[in-house]
Design a protein around this ligand. Sequence first.
Ligand code: AMP
Length: 511
Amino acid sequence: MLLQTISELRFRLAVHRRKESNKIGLVPTMGTLHQGHISLIERAIAENDLVVVSIFVNPLQFAPTEDLSSYPRQLDRDLEICEQLGVDLVFAPEPAEINSSGDTQALNFTTAVVPPASMTGVLCGKYRPDHFKGVATIVTKILNIVRPDRAYFGQKDAQQLAIIYRLVKDLNIPVQIISCPIVRGASGLALSSRNQYLTPDEKQQAAEIYRSLQKAQLAFDRRRFKARDLVSLVEQELNRVEGVKIQYIELVDPVNLQPIEEIKHTGLLAIAAYVGSTRLIDNIVLQKRQPIIAIDGPAGAGKSTVTRRLAHKLDLLYLDTGAMYRAVTWLAMESGIDIEDSEAIASLITDLDLKLTSPNGADLPTVVHVNGQEVTNAIRTPEVTANVSAIASQVAVRKKLVEMQQQLGKEGGLIAEGRDIGTNVFPDAELKIFLTASAAERARRRWQDLQNQGRDIDIEQLEKDIQQRDEKDSNRAIAPLKKADDAIELITDDLSIDEVIQKIVDLYQQI
Ligand code: AMP
């Protein structure tokens, strides 16, 4: 329902508010809605009982030289989109209705909200002096008019978001501000109403902005934390692109927006650039994750015991990759699919929902859920054991599981063991260990285990088998065994498990 006056809107909201538990969500926009706005609206709808979308091209945030008169406006189409999405109320006032006619100069003739100078003197604020005063004034007015429980803003306008967080805190406005991730087009270009100004060539050039930020993300992932390095990398990338003129590239604290020289925890790398005559902004948040420990090494070196105990001791998630392959094997068997039918298995796992959780004890197995069902014990039967290597050698399975492992790794705070964890799955792990022992020692340990089980096997034969297995593992086409260049080799011939664990704990504490 479209409402253009404050009194109509207040009446509708009062009716709704009579029920105490009803939550109101607000999505403030300047219209010409695109998928970015739509993502905010969908989230608001999912989290509230009533959703108000405001559409108002705010004159107070445009300098006299800026594009207020040409800013795209398409109210009819926006209303259709809102209706399709199930928005309850669209508030689209004329400037006079909320006493906000005129450009930034009009701020001298009204009561204005002035955000902290420290937050408006950086990034866009340097080039658009009264812009955030105009934004803060209008956002405060709309929050006062609607009085929502939650208001939704995009991370795309990171400076605006930080200022609004601060504004509601400083002015004690009772609303929860929700930040929503940036929505991008297929080329990576952040969606914006102003993208309409771009020609097809300019759109291609504009996509380079995000590509250059991704380069910085990659450098950051490789532990480059200095503003100087990250900023100059983006600068170099963009200087190569014809048609793009950088206005600023800055690394700041995402909360108080103060410039930072080196990222300790989190940094906002923000950019504004002209593509032709269109000014675009974009940003990424660079966040240090909890460390990852990758443990690789030959079979029989004690990786799984060491890893499991370390996970418990250091309170890390044990990314039990073996359990993941077992889970897929169990699922294939449970679904009655032939284990060798790699096509059927590939399609079986397209929407695989696999969850690993830490157990309560050091020597207990990882708790595993597949598609919502707990399978911790079911994946460890002899039948599954017999089939797991046939499953693990399938390219599609491997690809899917490595993707899932890397996804889990984004948050960090995990430890994993295998043959190629440090070389292939987490090449950027903070600590890589290559855990090994001589073939003779591994044969001796295996022989001891078998003796304990009452089995007497020739120790020389065991050693030969181990050497052959090492040879085979090192020459596999997929995921060969190889020490990563930056891995620390631990030869455990003369070490007890506790000593190995202590050495790794010491290394972890030095990260
Ligand atoms: P605007 O209409 O440009 O004032 O934007 C209205 C809201 O949508 C603001 O909170 C923006 O940050 C948000 N927004 C705009 N573009 C995007 C995007 N590509 N992804 C996420 N949020 C966005």
